[in-house]
Design a binder for this molecule. Sequence first.
Ligand SMILES: *Cc1c(COP(=O)(O)O)cnc(C)c1O
Ligand SMILES: [Zn+2]
Length: 407
Amino acid sequence: MDNRFLRCIGCGKKFPENEIIYACPKCGNLLDVILPLDEMDPKILRKAFDTRPLSVWRYKELLPRMGSRKPVSLNEGGTPLHRCSRLGERIGAKNLYIKFEGMNPTGSFKDRGMTVGVTKARDLKVKTVVCASTGNTSASLAAYSSLARLKCIVMIPSGMIALGKLSQAMMHGARVFAVKGNFDDAFDLVMKSSRELGLYVLNSVNPFRPEGQKTAAFEICDQLGCAPDSLVIPVGNGGNNAAYWKGFSEFKDLGLSRSSPRIYGIQAEGAAPIARAFAKKANKIVPVKDPNTIATAIKIGNPANWLKTINAIRSSKGTSIAVPDEEIISAQKMIAQMEGLFVEPAAAASIAGLIRLLDAGEVDKREKIVCIATGHGLKDPDAAIRVSKKPIEIEPSMKSLRAALRN
Ligand SMILES: *Cc1c(COP(=O)(O)O)cnc(C)c1O
Ligand SMILES: [Zn+2]
């Protein structure tokens, strides 16, 4: 076997890097991409990275190999890491940063995974790609597959996805199917369609997508000059937090950073199978039948990556907690009104979770804390308008304006 391969996270069985496979046929678990880190020279890597701009492909030596093809890229990654002193002061965190992943080309972190996953899809010569999505995955896959000239099918839960996200998938020319059911039903259908129709799946069960997503961890190390003490991140299907942990671990194993952060996975109370497993110290999740939350991007009852997530959070010595929708909304407003950042509700869950972790003394106020704002607020204008003060109608006169200002 090549020195780069896929490995089952359950039984450890190995598979060639270019086999189209999402789960181990022996035990049903997901696969990880394994790199020959001990054959790499960190000094040479560091030099190579430093010649390139902050971006996903800056770290290409640590990404899957792509034959001779150029990446299918929209310049993803390189997102800002904002120092948030004012918000930090309010919630009692002295060194608070927000990594604003909403600044990616289609407005969410999904682009990091898609540039790698879609490049790989072209490499593997597939014709049609498919995903199930609460919105951002479909928006991103639609954009990248149009660039790559691949046919794209997306399956969304009918009537339940944010308008900004739906409009993106439609405008980029994907075939959009609204499945009468929730995300978990749409995802089941996607996996069946891949088995029976040979469609290539670009949900986070695809082993190459997390490889792109882990570059956000590399970027944070390079932006801060070190790894943070704590990383706080919303958890839906569970792929992203595991990707961050893989990224931080690889940088540490290579000696490119000295430490790795504790990872705190934040869920919404109405969709919290992972947080519940942590509360019960269980090694398995109990799926939630009818997940419900304003944070539609994490409205997932049966996360495919549950084992990767539990492993990542446990290994990092972090934990997972749930927050109610009211706290998510209040955090979204605080981020917007104190720091000028408009993030979607799922992204605000990270700050809502951090507030609880600080209050509980789980995270210390002196720590270097990075919260991941996973998607842009413009994705879900309805949610923002619902919870904000309505515009006040006035006549086009100073009298009317003065009267309104007095109120
Ligand atoms: C996809 C998504 C998440 C959840 O990420 P997982 O990898 O499914 O845990 C969180 N927030 C936003 C904005 C997303 O698009
Ligand atoms: Zn296995």
